[in-house]
Every structure is written in structure tokens, then in C-alpha cells.
Write a new protein. Sequence first.
Length: 314
Amino acid sequence: MIKFIDYLIFHLDCLYKRMDSFKHKSRGVEKLWLCVIMSMFIGLCISSLDNILLNNYLKSICRYFFYILYPLQLVIYYYLFVKEERFLEYGFNNPVKFIDPDGMMPAPPRTIFINGFLMMGLLKGGRKYWNDSFVNGAIGFASKTYKDAFNMQTTYVNYNPAGLSSANRRSDEGYAYAQANYTSLTKGMNIKEDYFNIVDHSMGVAFGEGVSKYMQERGWEINKIVHINAFQAADIEVNKQGHHVMSADKPQVIDYQNIDDPVISNPIRSSPGDIKNSTYKVREESGMSRDFKHASPISKGKNFWIELANKLKK
């Protein structure tokens, strides 16, 4: 019973952590669902105790006892826990005790986000480079199951590439980063069951290939790699030897480019072209003004991933 309660608490908490993706700012639907589940669960426990210990005494006193109990519980749970969201604090503010007391719960899969050129400090790298809608869409797109989508770990690499760096140099930097941060990237993960996804942009694409190469050499599965508006794309190559990207149906290394993006189409500096050995090539216009074309996929947020998924089905 204790294990079941822990399991219930864990998944309710995961639901809460992803509520922002449902676009219900008041979270009313999710809160009602939470109250109903809690009420049914506690009611079942009381009914079982009444049957085992009291020989259905409560039910004999009032035939409709449990019909009265359920709505009463709904009101109590709402005002005591859900309204103030005290119950929804992660693991009752003690996740080690309530979620993983022995430290043996395997960590879920991980999606790595790698930013592009930061314009000499004008842009922020790491988590601030990506908007919430885009991140949530990426997680849903790259996850194998709904459970993975709820539990997905994320890593945001705060990469600051040199403006005149080559694609080979950035790939080497990605390889070195994965090597130096291998322990933290794989902490708690099971190499036989878990996997990585990589989402990168602009100058971060070559870096992402370096990360992927190292993780593959260590035996990890890379489920999906999505390269967005790669800078110097023609100089980037997905290494076929020892670098096999696996997914549930087919390998997916996606080379997505906006054909009207001036940053990646400059023949003098940008080395425009296709990423060699990618499994999918998606080309389309950004539909935005010149200054916003390069980052337009990120600006579209979740819609970018919905549109991309539909394109890959064709």
C-alpha cells in the first residue's frame, strides 16, 4: 500500500509539473481531476477498513454514507491542499524521503538543448535561450512514451562559440564537453533502457554533433537529434561509423533549415548546404521579417514541433 501511495504521489506530481503545457492558466481541470482521484482513493481505503475491521458498521448506519463522504472529501481536499497548492509541492518538499528514499529509482531519459551564437553577449545562453513553449514541444516530440514526456530530464548547455570558429572546432568542443560532463549527464540513468535527445541551433549544431558522437561511443542511445538552421551546415557530417542514432521506428537526425535565413545562406562565411548523412532534410521559408528569420523556429514555440511532426509523416 505504501509503495502504491508513493507511486500515486509521484505521478500526480509529474502531472502538476507539466500543467503549463495544457494552457489552462487556472489549472482548474487538473485540480478537479486531482480532487476526484484523491477522494476516490481515500474513500476506497475507508470502505476497506469498514469492511475488514468494522464489519460494514459505517455502511449499516447510513446506506448512503459513502455517497455523502465523496463530495465532502472533495471540498476538504480542495480547500486544504489544492487551492493553496500545498499538496503539489514537489514530494511534499522532501522528494528524497517520499519519492526515492533508497536512491535506487532510475532517472528518466534526457534532452540536451544547445544554443547558438550569442551575438557578443546580446543574447543569453543556456535555459534563457529557449522559450517554455518551444521546450515543452521539443520534449513531447522527442519522447518515446507519454511517461517519458512527463518525466523527461533537460540539460541546457550555455555554449558561447567563437564568432570565427570552424564547424570542426565546435564539434571538438562538443565532444570535449560531453567527456568532461559525462558523470552529470548520465547520473542515475540506465544505459540499457534510457536514451538522449539533442536539440541545437545555429553554431550549436556542430557542437551537438560532437556531444552525440561521444555519447554514442560510450554506448548510449540517441533517440532523436534535431539540428535547426545549422551554421556552416555543409561542413558538418553525421558520422556513420560508431554513431548510429536509433528510434522506435527509424533513425532520426533531422536537418531543418529556413531557406530564406540570411545567416546560414551567406556563401562566403556560412558554408550553406546540407548536413551530410542526416536522415531527414526539411526546407521551408520562415515567414518572418529578416531580423527574426534565423530564430523563427524557436519563436514559433510548440507549433514548430507540431508542424515538423506533420512534415515527417508525409
